[in-house]
Design a protein around this ligand. Structure first.
Ligand code: SAH
Ligand code: DHB
Ligand code: MG
Length: 222
């Protein structure tokens, strides 16, 4: 483990590959000023999310876990002018910070922040007949990832990409005896991915400014 080196390399890659973005940097500054925890995706991860959405030609995106809207902005920028992103957030203060950041990013017309427990918001989306979404990003409380995946599948169609953040958790995911609800949630989520015949899935371990963690990426079969 060499967190300092991971930080330097992560920053080297991001600085080399894409220009600094004042709107995204302002979103992080405002989030920090409002006292939100610094648990947003990294710039390189944000770009990966945006590229996946672009590769899919996404017109409808669902995000579970908004925080200050940092990943939301990365994702929404992949949308066409008539695209739509719905992002679900439990904490009204986080949602308020996110809305300001999304307005500042010029994305208010494309993005809807829904406040409430994501499990309830997801079942409401289903009864509203929302979706199918082209890309769904799971990044809220890890203990509920298995539930989120089940709901996500109801809001999916052939070709939908499902991405889940934080599925390695410093290696905690293989601690089967451990009682950490986040570790268990990540593990059950991966087991559910594996058992779902409609999904093709992989998971990649990552190091960088977010420490040692990983991303799962799944696609609904054609
Ligand atoms: N995607 C964001 C980070 C999300 S952090 C980014 O990368 O910028 C996780 C967020 O999920 C927090 O804001 C937290 O308040 C929210 N959250 C936790 N439990 C939740 C729940 N049950 N329903 C909805 N949101 C929840
Ligand atoms: C936490 C949540 C995240 O989504 C993340 O990427 C890192 C940390 C957390 O709850 O601590
Ligand atoms: Mg995360």
């Amino acid at each position: 483990m060499n967190q300092e080196l991971w930080n330097e390399v992560d920053e080297f890659l991001a600085n080399l590959l894409f220009p600094a973005d004042p709107v995204l940097e302002a979103a992080l500054r405002e989030s920090e000023a409002a006292g939100l925890p610094p648990i947003n995706v990294s710039p390189n991860q944000g770009m990966l999310l945006q590229m996946l959405a672009r590769m899919r030609g996404a017109r409808a995106i669902l995000e579970i876990g908004t925080l200050g809207g940092y990943s939301t902005i990365w994702l929404a920028r992949a949308l066409p002018a008539d695209g739509r992103l719905i992002t679900l957030e439990f904490n009204p203060k986080h949602a308020a910070v996110a809305r300001d950041n999304i307005v500042r990013a010029g994305l208010a017309a494309l993005v809807e922040v829904r406040v409430g427990d994501a499990v309830e918001s997801l079942s409401r989306l289903r009864t509203e007949g929302a979706g199918p979404f082209d890309l769904i990003f799971l990044d809220a409380d890890k203990r509920s990832y298995p539930l989120y995946l089940k709901e996500a599948l109801h809001l999916s169609a052939s070709g939908t990409i499902i991405v889940a953040d934080n599925i390695v958790r410093g290696g905690g995911v293989i601690d089967s005896a451990g009682a950490d609800p986040g570790d268990q949630g990540a593990r059950r989520f991966l087991e559910l991915l594996a058992s779902e015949p409609r999904l093709t899935a992989t998971a990649i371990q990552t190091v960088g400014i977010k420490g040692y963690d990983g991303l799962a990426i799944a696609v609904v079969k054609y």
